[in-house]
Design a binder for this molecule. Structure first.
Ligand code: ZN
Length: 301
């Protein structure tokens, strides 16, 4: 008797609860930085899957079954765009994406559509390597871009899940407050590294370097997406000789051999930056991503 009563009361509670408590918005993020941002704005009203980790090169990914399964559930697809995921996202969308998450629908956010992109190409041909003709897509390392995209995301969550609009709005406000405070702190910190020069592996750092006021004097890749060659590295060596270069920047998923070679020849330190959330042990969220990036840049110079 008691047990029956207990079951009935539990059922009663379940039935009386608002449905919104159960229907979480499923967010399919292509990259860890967007998964982290979704978590900030969506809190426990959403479930987030990140298609990639910081250790994976987002330029090259396979549309594997686990990603198809995640895409099938998605209410919102939240990616970088600008061709970054061109090798796998269209396949996932075609095979497993519902009509509400296809490109240019309410359930699709391509973050790079909302920021001013660097390096937009007027003319592209195959001799240029694996370039990004729609502009450099690695937009996440400028704090202003993160704030812009946070607003876009909150707007979209209001529309997809109107019942919880007030909560998303509050989360956005909280995030913006902490972001503004952090950005102020970073602006003061970055003064000491302004005007420095670095060598990069791939042009993954364009937005970061612009924000920091740092110059990339050479890339280890001879052309975007092509692995370093001996002859190109000799050119890089010539370029950096006689200049004061403070670091060779490498992302977590990039091969270090060429950087090692250059470091040995020149004494310039290799600096591994997190690149995205999870890229180093200390970069556990968006704020610590920038904290750790700045710390590593400052330690090197
Ligand atoms: Zn790239």
């Amino acid at each position: 008797m008691r047990l029956t009563l207990l079951i009935i009361s539990i059922l009663g509670v379940l039935i009386a609860s608002p449905t919104s408590a159960f229907a979480k918005v499923n967010v399919f993020a292509c990259e860890p930085e967007w998964a982290a941002l979704a978590q900030e704005i969506g809190g426990d009203l959403i479930d987030v899957t990140s298609a990639t980790t910081a250790r994976q090169d987002v330029h090259h990914l396979r549309a594997k079954p686990s990603l198809l399964a995640a895409m099938r559930k998605a209410d919102l697809v939240f990616c970088t765009g600008a061709g970054l995921e061109i090798g796998w996202l269209p396949i996932l969308l075609k095979k497993a994406g519902g009509p509400d998450v296809q490109m240019e629908t309410l359930g699709s956010i391509m973050a790079s559509d909302y920021v001013e992109k660097l390096e937009i190409m007027q003319k592209v041909d195959r001799s240029m390597g694996h370039v990004h003709p729609e502009g450099n897509p690695h937009i996440q390392l400028d704090p202003a871009n993160i704030e812009t995209v946070a607003e876009v995301l909150a707007d979209r969550l209001f529309m997809i899940d109107q019942t919880n609009a007030a909560a998303y709005s509050q989360n956005l406000e909280n995030f913006k407050q902490k972001w503004t405070a952090a950005t102020k702190r970073w602006s003061a910190e970055k003064a000491s590294i302004q005007g420095k020069k670095v060598v990069v592996y791939h042009n993954s750092w364009a937005y970061l370097l612009k924000w920091l006021g740092i110059d990339a004097v050479a890339s280890l890749e001879p052309k975007p997406g092509l692995p370093p060659t001996a002859s190109h590295l000799e050119e890089v060596l010539k370029t950096v000789k006689g200049q004061e270069v403070s670091a060779i920047l490498v992302a977590p998923f990039e091969n270090e051999d060429a950087a090692q070679w250059l470091a040995e020849k020149t004494g310039i330190p290799i600096v591994r930056l997190p690149f995205t959330v999870g890229g180093t042990d200390n970069a556990g969220d968006l704020i610590s991503l920038f904290d750790d990036t700045l710390k590593r840049m400052k330690d090197a110079s």
